[in-house]
Design a protein around this ligand. Structure first.
Ligand code: 6R9
Length: 647
């Protein structure tokens, strides 16, 4: 964020109280109610979470200990047994068997509605099919699918039999998929013949074939027929979903899982070249995603709720699938792009399906602004009663547009700050209780002890920027980095004494509102997608022509940040426009289209200190076209700056 933006945020003083009457029908009714919950959690944190776990979830066996905390290792609801798929399905059958659980629209326009009874049956059939392939408790299943109901079926099917899943976003390349299959030691991959995106078909199965050829641990591939594509099927290894489930029973008992059994691994970018496998376990994750869904989105039985995230991201896990279904809500999924066939598609979907709660990303909102007010104006948005955002800081003007044009000044906005690692929303308004300020995620969820601190861990005074931390363990916190406990400790629990280090910069204003500024590490946020600069650098240098690469983010009006890469090439290589295209394509192949550099600049050398460190601060200034302020005296060779400035 530029100093100009920080300056303007400091002067943001518009505020919006919850709409009159909203609190009466809401789960959390007022600021006093919120404060009571916080006070209760403060006085007795374990009692607070235990009461909720008892009243909100079904347990096969109660726990013996609420929390076992040996920094940095947390175990929640120790000894308790439960099943997330049971809490999302079975317990609703009696009261809500015929209620729609998953409502879905494909990009070409077909609609499907699965009731809780139907979803339960599908999940059981799929779970039995997995068992038939020899998958049992602890066997990792990778899911690489379009956004179709079967993606949720596959996740819930895994949870039902205790097979941890690792969902890989369908936009990742076969190389990225392969790396994750190997790291997670996946035994099975669930995919589809393709999925629709922007009027074209994404070739998922061919990418799986490539990846699995280099991931020998994968014994089976299950392929859903979705796009009617011709795909190669490897005998023995590959199975059509519909053939596999056809003969399966629609009953499959939910395994009693230990509260701390591994539920899923989700890979996310960090400060090294290798994505890390964030580990979430069963009990705490179920509780926290359940209660945050309920209180923040104020879910009631008559609501149709739409979170636009893909299940390949944590938002899709927690707030498309598990949180809403645990609450017995109707969750809507849309497979396609917001401008397919025209830029009005989202608003048409809201009108058609009478969506009440809508949760999306600031980058999407900025794109809608660009497309113009006319598209939403043509649709009836009167069903909306609550709006949310996630993924990156929202600039106040985008917030105001969302409030005015989409919410028609009637709907509260919840700006929710959280991460793959936190499992659920951490800092957020509660719609019936919190007065919001555009650009602020406001205050911590009850029971969450967040703070803004300096390097030593001292709280910063109001309006002074610092590091965002969490001081106490919470139920859905990541438990470790898969097969790398040292990286877990190092990354999250050793930067600031006795606190979870989020990697974000923030400040708190005089009223205690949090203003999240963005990453303080080598992670950039492109259209709400997290990417490590090191990952992209590794991809670039894996190309034979590239000698060195440094990647930085440049502020971008639509995407938040855009990727700018600086490279030097091997001495015998000549840089040409073709080679630049090839390098871009190479990054897409290594990681996926979401990592394609917006711009690649090259020179004979990169700016380095005398000790050989690349001066990223200078590269960031170059990338954004701003003046090279600050100290350049440690720079080894000043002339390289001039060459890179021209691009
Ligand atoms: C849920 C999700 C996490 C990073 C996080 C921060 C940024 C997310 C935000 C936000 C400001 C918000 N972020 N929500 N920044 N305001 N409301 O996005 O997870 O993909 O792991 O990204 O996203 O920088 O550290 P993930």
């Amino acid at each position: 964020m530029s100093s100009f933006e920080i300056e303007s945020l400091l002067h943001e003083n518009r505020r919006f109280a919850p709409p009159a009457g909203f609190g009466e029908g809401a789960w959390i009714k007022s600021l006093e109610h919120y404060r009571e919950l916080c006070a209760r959690a403060e006085a007795d944190p374990e009692g607070f979470w235990a009461d909720l776990a008892r009243s909100e979830l079904h347990w096969f066996t109660p726990w013996q200990q609420v929390l076992d905390w040996q920094e940095p290792t947390a175990r929640w609801f120790v000894g308790g047994k439960l099943n997330l798929s049971y809490n999302c399905l079975d317990r609703h059958l009696q009261m809500r068997g015929d209620k729609v659980a998953v409502l879905w629209e494909g990009e070409p326009g077909e609609v499907r509605a699965l009731s809780y009874r139907e979803l339960h049956a599908e999940v059981c059939r799929f779970a039995n099919a997995l068992k038939g392939l020899g998958v049992g408790k602890g066997d990792v299943v990778a899911i690489y699918m379009p956004l179709v109901p079967e993606a949720a079926v596959a996740m819930l099917g895994c949870a039902r039999i205790g097979a941890p899943h690792t969902v890989v976003f369908g936009g990742f390349s076969s190389d990225a998929l392969r790396d994750r299959l190997i790291d997670a030691r996946a035994r099975v991959v669930v995919t589809a013949d393709g999925g629709w995106r922007k009027g074209a078909i994404i070739p998922l199965k061919p990418r799986v074939d490539e990846a699995v050829a280099q991931a020998p641990g994968v014994a089976h591939v299950i392929c859903l027929k979705r796009a009617g594509q011709q795909v190669a099927m490897e005998p023995e290894r590959d199975h059509w979903w519909h053939e596999l489930v056809a003969s399966q029973s629609a009953e499959c008992p939910a395994e009693a899982m230990d509260s701390e059994d591994l539920l899923f691994i989700l890979y996310t970018s960090g400060t090294t070249g290798k994505p890390k496998g964030v580990v979430h376990t069963t009990g705490g994750y179920n509780l926290y995603t359940h209660i945050t869904s309920k209180w923040i989105f104020d879910l009631h039985d008559e609501d149709t709720y739409w979170c636009t995230a893909d299940v390949g991201w944590i938002t899709g896990h927690s707030y498309v699938v598990y949180g809403p279904l645990s609450n017995g809500a109707t969750t809507f999924m849309f497979e396609g792009a917001p401008n397919q066939p025209d830029p009005g598609r989202f608003w048409q979907l809201i009108e058609k399906h009478r969506i009440g709660i809508f949760y999306t990303a600031p980058t999407a909102i900025r794109t809608f602004i660009k497309w113009g007010d006319d598209w939403p104006a043509r649709c009836d948005l009167s069903s909306l009663r609550l709006l949310g955002t996630v993924g990156e800081p929202i600039n106040p003007e985008a917030w105001m547009w969302y409030y005015r044009v989409i919410g028609q000044e009637r709907c509260p906005i919840v700006d929710t700050w959280w991460q793959t690692e936190t499992g659920g929303i951490m800092i957020t308004p509660l719609p019936g209780a919190t007065t919001t300020k555009p650009g602020s995620a406001t205050m911590p969820f009850p029971g969450i002890v967040a703070d803004v601190v300096d390097r030593e861990g001292n709280s910063c005074p109001p309006n002074q920027g610092g590091y965002l931390v969490v001081r106490r363990p919470w139920p859905s916190m990541l438990r470790t980095v898969y097969r790398d406990p040292e990286r877990y400790r190092q990354n999250y629990w050793s930067q600031i004494p006795h606190a979870y280090f989020a990697g974000d910069g923030a400040r708190r204003d005089e009223e205690g509102y949090f203003w999240v500024m963005g990453r303080v590490d080598d992670v950039i946020n492109v259209s709400g997608h997290r990417l490590g600069t090191m990952e992209i650098e590794s991809a670039l240098v894996s190309h034979p022509a590239v000698a060195e690469a440094a990647v930085v983010g440049r502020p971008d009006e639509l995407k938040g940040e855009a990727i700018v890469a600086f490279v030097t090439v091997e001495s015998e290589v000549e840089m040409t426009p073709q080679l630049l295209d090839e390098l871009r394509a190479h990054v897409v192949k290594e990681i996926g289209a979401l990592a394609r550099p917006e711009e690649i600049r090259y020179a004979e050398a990169l700016p380095k200190t005398r000790s050989g460190k690349i001066m990223r601060r200078l590269l960031r200034s170059l990338a954004s076209g701003s003046d090279l302020t600050g100290d350049t005296s440690t720079l080894e060779d000043r002339s390289v700056l001039e060459k890179l400035r021209e691009g």
